[in-house]
Design a protein. Structure first.
Lengths: 234, 248
């Protein structure tokens, strides 16, 4: 069979799987992950004491847990493991999740843990003088964060956050292992039928590469927009 | 009026402020002088609660604070809304234009109308000679311009007192002059100011009152005239050294 024919004929199926699963799972997971990351980072840098210490401990534990265990194992625990978590009165039959939901939950938690550290680092990199200037004009800590610190931290954190998103797009291929028929799973199915694994896996790799290249361009554009006040000529 | 009584502050083993008691009169300019590391900046930052002394009382007009007791967030905000601070390193908000720097506090802290705040900010920029810089970002300003913006940002909050922590020490003499002229203009408007500086000529010109601080203690508390005509050997040596340093 002609290689180009294989590539052209399988491309629509791969593209459809990408549009239906890979891209939505990556975008939704990253959006949820970013919210989780921001909340986690704010808890970790908070100066509140007392009961807040427990929240800070939970946030630290969450980051440690998801950064210290493989993503594939996390996916298996959520999708294959939770059905065995039977709690009388609440989950008598275990926690059965739709594979897409299980995937989104896992990817969100995983990316949230990594991005939390990125955001925390970015916030902590803003010079102390910015906090002092904000408080010297009467801003509360929350207002200073919202108006002064976070807008500057966004610029600092953009490259590593974009890296995390690009990694996530590629990591969604692991969703194939929990029965989600995303792009990589589709390529496996086609390869099993046409006995052309090299062509199919190279083709799906090219699809991921194109998606990630587009994201890298988007990252460059966003960096330019958010750095307009850094460049001497804007 | 600001009044301090028996204020103590230590950093680890270092005594930064030792039994400080003094007053800072309203509508006057008080200059704090002293060698590096003498506690001048700590004293100034204690007035804005950026530093918390361990003991002593701080009276800001009708508000009295006991440093030994916990200070509520509301009290801290109250102090900071009554006072303005100008830093040695300017600390302008780099992601905001000059105009946005000036209206940030009035609009988001004081909840003033944005149009009115903008109009006033433009007037303040004209006052400090930077009317044409409203739309540029701080990274496009010289040091002297940045510090004048910082002063205007502080004035935009209509503080009862402005504290200036070595406002010109990061500037070369030419740029320093730009800032000093603006400060003299503000002093003539009877704005209450407390300034930490090393510039003797400026201190002599602007100060109604001078505090000389050394080793965390007030060694002189009096009028500018008395300070520069004193027979105190230590003060004479200090003024002489600093004047030489300024000329140098």
């Amino acid at each position: 069979m002609n290689i180009w024919h294989i590539i052209v004929s399988s491309a629509p199926q791969l593209l459809a799987a990408g549009i239906k699963y890979t891209i939505p799972i990556a975008i939704v997971s990253f959006a949820i992950g970013l919210i989780l990351a921001l909340v986690t980072a704010l808890i970790r840098i908070s100066k509140q004491r007392g009961a807040f210490n427990i929240l800070r401990w939970i946030a630290s534990f969450y980051v440690w847990l998801f950064r210290s265990t493989p993503l594939l194992v996390q996916l298996f625990i959520v999708y294959f493991g939770l059905p065995y978590l039977k709690i009388k009165g609440i989950f008598p039959k275990g926690i059965q999740l739709d594979p897409v939901v299980a995937g989104i939950i896992t990817f969100s938690l995983n990316t949230g843990a990594y991005c939390a550290e990125t955001i925390r680092g970015a916030i902590e990199s803003i010079p102390r003088g910015q906090w002092e200037a904000a408080s010297s004009i009467g801003m509360t800590r929350t207002l200073a964060l919202r108006r002064i610190i976070i807008p500057q931290a966004v610029r600092v954190s953009l490259p590593p956050l974009a890296n995390s998103f690009i990694s996530l797009v590629k990591d969604t291929s692991l969703a194939a292992s929990i029965t989600i028929v995303e792009m990589f799973e589709v390529s496996q199915q086609i390869a099993a039928a046409n006995y052309q694994p090299l062509v199919m896996y190279c083709e799906v790799a090219a699809f991921y590469a194109v998606a990630c290249t587009l994201l890298a361009w988007l990252q460059k554009y966003l960096e330019k927009v958010t750095s307009r006040y850094v460049s001497p000529m804007n | 009026m600001i009044k301090l009584e028996h204020v103590h502050k230590t950093f680890a083993e270092h005594k930064a402020l030792v039994d400080i008691s003094t007053e800072f009169p309203e509508h006057k300019t008080t200059v704090i002088l002293g060698p590096s590391g003498s506690g001048k900046s700590t004293l100034l930052r204690s007035l804005n609660l950026l530093e918390r002394p361990e003991s002593g009382t701080y009276q800001l007009d009708d508000l009295t604070i006991n440093y030994a007791e916990p200070i509520s967030t509301a009290t801290t905000l109250d102090v900071r809304r009554r006072t303005g601070m100008v830093f040695q390193g300017f600390n302008l908000f780099p992601h905001l234009t000059v105009l946005q720097n000036l209206i940030e506090g009035p609009v988001h802290v004081l909840k003033h109308d944005k149009a009115a705040a903008t109009k006033e900010a433009q007037e303040l920029l004209a006052k400090v000679g930077l009317a044409d810089k409203a739309d540029v970002y701080p990274n496009q300003l010289s040091g002297g311009q940045a510090q004048r913006v910082a002063i205007a940002r502080s004035l935009a909050m209509h503080p009862d007192y402005i504290f200036l922590d070595e406002p010109t020490s990061a500037l070369d003499p030419e740029l320093e002059l730009e800032v000093l002229k603006v400060l003299l203009k503000i002093a003539r408007d009877q704005q209450s100011m407390i300034i930490v500086t090393h510039n003797m000529a400026f201190a002599q010109k602007v100060a109604d009152k001078i505090l000389f601080v050394e080793d965390g203690q007030i060694q002189f508390d009096g009028s500018s005239q008395d300070f520069f005509n004193t027979d105190n050997a230590r003060i004479k040596a200090f003024v002489s050294a600093m004047t030489f340093a300024t000329l140098d």
